[in-house]
Every structure is written in C-alpha cells, then in structure tokens.
Design a protein around this ligand. Structure first.
Ligand SMILES: Nc1ncnc2c1ncn2[C@@H]1O[C@H](COP(=O)(O)OP(=O)(O)OP(=O)(O)O)[C@@H](O)[C@H]1O
Length: 268
C-alpha cells in the first residue's frame, strides 16, 4: 500500500481516509469442491456506506463466496480482507466488523425474539446489560418491540428475516452480508427488508453485500457484481455495467453478459 503524501500546508501526514479502505476486498479468490470448480479468480470490493449487489443464477458461486468470507471454509487461493484485515491472518479483527444473514433460517423457533438476540450477543461477548439495551433498540427499529417476548415460531417469514438482520447487527458490524435474504417472502415483506437494509447504508454507513438473482432488487446507484459459473463477468456502478453491455436495463445486460435466458418474474 502507498504511504499517504504529507500535507504541503501543515506538513502533517494526513490520516488515511476511512473510505479509502474497502469494507470488503476479494482478491483472486478461487475455490473447488474436489474436481468441481466453484469460483475462479474472483476479485471485487465493497465500499463502506455502499450497497453492492452480487447478481448470479443458482449455482453461480454466491453461497460459496459467503462461506469463504465468513471462514466456514478455508481459503484455497487468493485473499479476503475486511476493512484491511486479512481474514486468514487476523480473523478476530476481521470478523468483529462483519455481520451475516445466511440464506437458510438460523433462528431458534422455540425461544422468544429477545432470547434469540441475547443468546447471540453472549456469543459475541457482549455484557448482559448492554445486550438487553441493544436488543430493545434493534427490536424497536425493526418494528417488533411489541413482540419481544413472543416465540419466533409465531412470526411471519418477513418478520423472521428482519429479526435475523437485527441479530446480525447486535455486535455493531461495519459490513453486512446477506445471502438472498428475500427468497420466499411476499412483495410487501421484500420491500420492507430492502428498504430497511438500504437505510443501514445511508444512515449508518454500513457497507452491504447483497446476493440475489432478482433484477428488481438492484437500483441505478448500486454497485453491481455479475457472477456467472464462478467468474466475475462485470462489475461497477449498475448504470455503467448496463451501458457497457450496450443494454437498457439490468435484465438485458445480464442476458448479454451470460447468454442466459431470463426467468419470468424478474429473476436471473
Ligand atoms: N458442498 C458442495 N460440494 C460440491 N459442490 C458444491 C458444494 N456446494 C456448492 N457446490 C457447487 O458449487 C457451485 C456453486 O454453488 P453455490 O451454492 O456457491 O452457488 P449459489 O450462487 O449460491 O447458488 P444457490 O443460490 O443455488 O445456492 C455449484 O456448481 C454447486 O453445485
């Protein structure tokens, strides 16, 4: 990394801009399950306070990438860093800054909303008093304060997802990964989740990596990474990716880049 240049007027060395360090950087990452190659030289980054959509068909390699970033799998080749912390060399510092919402539901259905949050907070070493305060605040923010003592089993699918997002934010991460978080939800629940996560970006400066196969979840100002058969085919601001593909919309750009047929319902 290049050292920052001294400031000519004050002769002080300026502090590196926080925004200069990506929230997430993936460099030359490859992964194979035995002989089956799932990721090939994948490189991209997610900036703080940005919404980056990772768009790919089923089997593109999105979940594999999430498993590597969260250290469920060891890195076979390449490098992953969270706010400059290499996840292989400094996993504690890196993972402390990371919150994750996995595709499968991982809540305990027979515990209450608060119990689910407190249990997770304890795993992060957050004191009981602090955990109680943060849980109450997060439940308020996701509009479920009045359900705090109910069993999770009684929530709708969209409410469970909102609770999982709240749980992922308990330790106050600066980077949030979500793996197809709206799958199986109705239109209203999808819209609520998307707008909640976009607020985290604009109001709290959290960097978001949102894996999806649904074109209508991506907006013009978003950063976009198109992943296909384990390779990054295009990346950049959504409007640039679309323009470079000579297309009018993400749907057409995706088809041109991948040669794929679109699915009815706006999905890749
Ligand atoms: N445990 C595994 N063993 C062998 N191959 C696997 C395993 N997990 C994934 N794969 C293969 O790796 C490739 C990438 O799969 P991955 O699940 O990462 O894609 P995805 O984009 O997340 O798709 P989906 O949304 O369907 O999960 C696919 O070809 C898949 O069949």
């Amino acid at each position: 990394m290049t050292a920052p240049a001294p400031n000519a007027e004050t002769h002080e060395t300026p502090r590196p801009e926080a925004a200069a360090v990506p929230a997430l950087s993936i460099n030359g990452v490859s992964h194979a399950y035995g002989a089956r190659r799932a990721l090939t030289h994948v490189s991209f980054s997610v900036q703080p306070a940005s919404f980056t959509a990772l768009l790919g068909l089923n089997g593109a390699g999105k979940s594999t990438l999430f498993s590597l970033i969260t250290r469920l799998f060891g890195i076979q080749s390449g490098r992953v860093a969270i706010f400059g912390h290499d996840i292989s060399k400094s996993p504690g510092e890196a993972l402390r800054l990371l919150g994750v919402v996995f595709q499968p539901r991982t809540l305990d259905l027979d515990l209450s909303l608060t119990q689910n949050l407190l249990y997770h907070a304890a795993l992060h070493g957050i004191s009981r008093r602090e955990a109680a305060a943060r849980s109450a605040e997060l439940l308020g923010r996701i509009g479920l304060a009045d359900r705090a003592g109910n069993k999770v089993r009684d929530l709708s699918g969209g409410q469970m997802r909102r609770l999982e997002i709240a749980r992922a934010l308990l330790h106050q991460p600066r980077l949030l990964l979500l793996d197809e978080p709206t799958v199986g939800l109705d239109v209203k629940a999808r819209a609520d989740i998307i707008s909640h996560v976009r607020q985290l970006v604009t109001e709290q400066g959290i960097g978001v990596l949102w894996a999806t196969h649904l074109f209508d979840e991506i907006m013009a100002g978003d950063d976009l990474v198109v992943l296909h058969q384990g390779k990054v085919l295009a990346q950049g601001q959504m409007t640039h990716v679309v323009a470079e593909a000579g297309a009018q919309d993400v749907n057409t750009a995706f088809m041109r880049l991948t040669g794929a047929q679109t699915m009815p319902g706006g999905g890749a």
